[in-house]
Ligand binder design. Structure first.
Ligand code: FBP
Length: 268
């Protein structure tokens, strides 16, 4: 129900092109710090321009950058505001608290909101509670919620094991997320099982550290063919020497359904 009482459906279409998602993530300045940046990509305008020229279907920002930079032509790209975040400085049990409301994100122009959940952390209950409230509020406004499902903490021995990844997929569904951002560990059969566990929640795959572009395209092609709705990528694009070329290649795989081999022509 909306704040006025009428039922609203969740509008995901604004974030998709041909039913697929190509999201550019740029929240690493808080999560990892400026060590991820060089003189070019430290400037949000540069990365927002990659998102615009590269034909991304969504840009993921924290509220500070969104408020100061999501203006003008860039507003053609749907905005996804991350409502929580943490630095890599505090060596405590993983927890990421909300510091932006759904309402504030909507005022910035958000078409969706995002939230990281460290499932398995001793602080999991706090994040679950906060996330539940976010889902309720966002759905009142008819916008989707994306959950970064990142199992982490002293009880998680291997955050990329098949079992833990599939567990995260199910937890995200149970918590009410519309889209789950999950990692791919290279085991495509397990990835298909993760999709089954995610049920009607859609899945986008996280990028990770910058890697060989051809290998990255291969992985993207595999997960999209298996049924992922798309990807949410950051460093593999804006840390690249040729961010526009890799963007074209990713778009042709994710949106146009081309093979990794066909798409690799954009890399030359
Ligand atoms: P990348 O493609 O650069 O890995 O970005 C995806 C992302 O989920 C970001 O949204 C977030 O800042 C980062 O990864 C979190 O990474 P970590 O695994 O270090 O927590």
């Amino acid at each position: 129900m909306s704040p006025r009482g009428e039922a609203l459906s969740i509008n995901m279409n604004r974030l998709l092109h041909k039913g697929k998602a190509l999201f550019l993530a740029y929240d690493q300045g808080m999560e990892h710090g400026p060590r991820d940046f060089d003189k070019k990509n430290v400037d949000p305008e540069h990365v927002l321009n990659i998102a615009l020229e590269g034909g991304y279907t969504g840009i993921i920002l924290l509220p500070g950058v969104a408020e100061k930079y999501y203006h003008g032509a860039i507003r053609d790209i749907p905005l996804i505001v991350k409502l929580n975040g943490k630095t890599s400085l505090a060596k405590i049990d993983p927890i990421s608290r909300q510091f932006c409301s759904v309402e504030r994100a909507i005022k910035m122009g958000a078409s969706a909101v995002g939230y990281t959940i460290y499932d398995g952390s001793p602080n999991e209950p706090e994040m679950f509670k906060e996330f539940g409230k976010i889902v309720e509020e966002a759905h009142d406004y008819g916008i989707p919620v994306i959950a970064w499902m990142y199992p982490r903490g002293r009880f998680i021995k291997d955050d990329e094991s098949n079992e833990i990844l599939a567990y995260s997929a199910r937890v995200g569904l149970e918590l009410g997320a519309d889209v789950l951002k999950l990692k791919f560990n290279g085991d495509i059969d397990n990835f298909k099982w993760m999709l089954r566990c995610a049920g009607r929640a859609k899945v986008v795959v996280a990028g990770g550290n910058k890697t060989d572009p051809k290998q990255f395209l291969n992985d993207v092609s595999k997960v999209v063919s298996a049924g992922a709705m798309g990807i949410a990528v950051g460093r593999n694009v804006w840390q690249s020497d040729r961010p526009f070329s890799i963007s074209k290649a990713l778009r042709s795989v994710v949106i146009d359904g081309k093979s990794a081999l066909e798409a690799s022509k954009f890399l030359h």
